[in-house]
Design a protein around this ligand. Structure first.
Ligand SMILES: C[S@@+](CC[C@H](N)C(=O)[O-])C[C@H]1O[C@@H](n2cnc3c(N)ncnc32)[C@H](O)[C@@H]1O
Length: 454
């Protein structure tokens, strides 16, 4: 009987659950780690192994096909997933070649049988003969867009859309940097909800944490920092939230002075990160927030997220934002629209492979309907923040440019107020597009609109 490494077993279970059963890595992995009683460095190793293989398998399939001398489609899917695990150790991690090959082969023997394990052994030995760069030169040579997409393991259509969005934002030539940043796991950022906990106090509670560099509410945890260990997170005075999300939500508050009695609505609130940040600001300024969410189970997450906000400030409802509410009855609307999520690929290792260009038109239609409704819901002179965690032009500028009855504001001014920086650092305007490679945040888009009329 050969000895098998529990961290590699856990990683393979995660890869199987995601690739074969349609699971989400960030949901299945914690359960698998607990079942294998893995923590600390072993858990981190298993997670990097699984997430890296799931992210990078576009490139690894090309390497495996070349090393095996057969099209990847002819490799049994179960064997292929074991190979991803081995190739990621060889080309994506600093695991010694002999350990990567022998540990993966013993796993293969147990999981897929002796015959296939010999094939795994032969392929991995061949892969281990040359470096990652040499493999890239062999299977994805050049510097054209499709080559860069394969080198950085992104579907070609995703890379093409991101490239277009970069160019439109004055960032032509930055595609490779962006795709590289999608492959680097994000450091965990927390929000210190204003009025509920001081940022300095939160920094002091979390060993090794530092203040964020963009949002005045942000705290960045040390590598491996566990947000669940912090009382402030457990009681919802603080929460995990990308710093870019904090900036764009706070920009709606910063766009005009808050008058007591203002009514705000978050039209697409689940799971409630931005609703809670708005709620904390609203409580300080004497405003109230309605938080709307289509799906009841996500509305429950919003309820939980806002539970530390002073009573009577936020009220959560289940409903459809395309038809909700009394026209003209709100002062500000936050519309964080459902989108492809292609600006947050670093958070979800499998996400890039689950999207398809055919998903985009239905999302665009919904985004346009929601923005229409958002503009109907605000009073004349009221403000709408249109936000996506996708930089795709079809989900961002194109949606905003087709809106009627509103004036587009320079969102850079509100963002500069939030971040305490000058307007110039925020692109060409009037919208603000954050970029993972440039700002270290998710690639969030923000447009601010003011409804016309008096
Ligand atoms: C991008 S997420 C919002 C994230 C949220 N603002 C946060 O910061 O936690 C979009 C949300 O809109 C919800 N949604 C989708 N269609 C909707 C609709 N027609 N009306 C209201 N909510 C909708 C989705 O269920 C999802 O929870």
């Amino acid at each position: 009987m050969s000895r098998r490494d529990p961290a590699r077993e856990a990683a393979l279970e995660c890869i199987d659950a995601v690739d074969a059963e349609g699971g989400y890595a960030n949901l299945v992995m914690p359960r698998i780690l607990a079942a294998h009683r893995l923590s600390g460095r072993d858990a981190a190793f298993a997670t990097e192994l699984a997430y890296g293989a799931l992210r990078m398998h576009g490139l690894y399939d090309a390497v495996i096909g070349s090393a095996a001398g057969r099209p990847i489609g002819k490799v049994d899917p179960e064997v292929r997933r074991v190979l991803w695990l081995g190739v990621h150790q060889l080309l994506g991690m600093r695991v010694a070649n002999h350990a990567a090959v022998s540990e993966t082969v013993s796993l293969a023997r147990a999981r897929v049988g002796v015959g296939p394990s010999k094939f795994v052994n032969a392929v991995l030995r061949r892969v281990s003969e040359v470096s990652r760069d040499a493999w890239i030169a062999r299977v994805a040579p050049g510097s054209g867009r499709d080559a860069v997409a394969l080198q950085q393991s992104h579907p070609a259509w995703v890379a093409a859309e991101l490239d277009r969005a970069l160019s439109a934002d004055g960032r032509a030539g930055q595609l490779e940097s962006l795709l590289v940043s999608d492959n680097e796991p994000a450091r965990v950022a927390l929000v210190a909800r204003p009025g509920l906990v001081d940022r300095e106090a939160l920094v002091a509670s979390a060993p090794g944490a530092v203040p964020g560099t963009l949002a005045p509410t942000a705290v960045v945890l040390a590598e491996g920092g566990d947000p669940g260990s912090l009382a402030e997170v457990r009681d919802r005075r603080a929460a995990v939230q990308d710093e870019g999300s904090q900036v764009v939500a706070a920009a709606l508050v910063a766009a005009a002075p808050v008058a007591s009695g203002e009514r705000w609505i978050d039209l697409c609130a689940g799971p409630g990160g931005k609703a809670a940040l708005l709620g904390a600001h609203a409580a300080l300024g004497g405003a109230t927030v309605d938080a709307l969410e289509l799906h009841p189970h996500r509305a429950r997450l919003v309820e939980d997220s806002v539970k530390a906000i002073p009573q009577g400030t936020v009220s959560v409802s289940v409903g459809d934002g395309t038809v909700w509410g009394e026209p003209g009855s709100y002062d500000r609307v936050l519309l964080d629209a459902p989108c492809t999520g292609l600006g947050a690929l670093r958070r979800r290792p499998e996400a890039r492979w689950r999207k398809d260009p055919s998903d985009v038109p239905a999302l665009q239609q919904l985004q346009a309907q929601l923005l229409d409704r958002a503009l109907a819901l605000v009073r004349p002179g009221g403000l709408v923040a249109y936000i996506t965690c996708s930089p795709l032009l079809g989900e961002t500028r194109d949606i905003v440019s087709s809106a009627r009855g509103a004036t587009v504001l320079d969102a850079r001014e509100a963002v500069a107020t939030v971040t305490g920086t000058g307007v110039d650092g925020w692109g060409r305007g009037p919208h603000v597009q954050l970029w993972t490679h440039a700002h270290g945040t998710d690639s969030m888009f923000l447009a601010l609109l003011r409804r016309d009329g008096t």
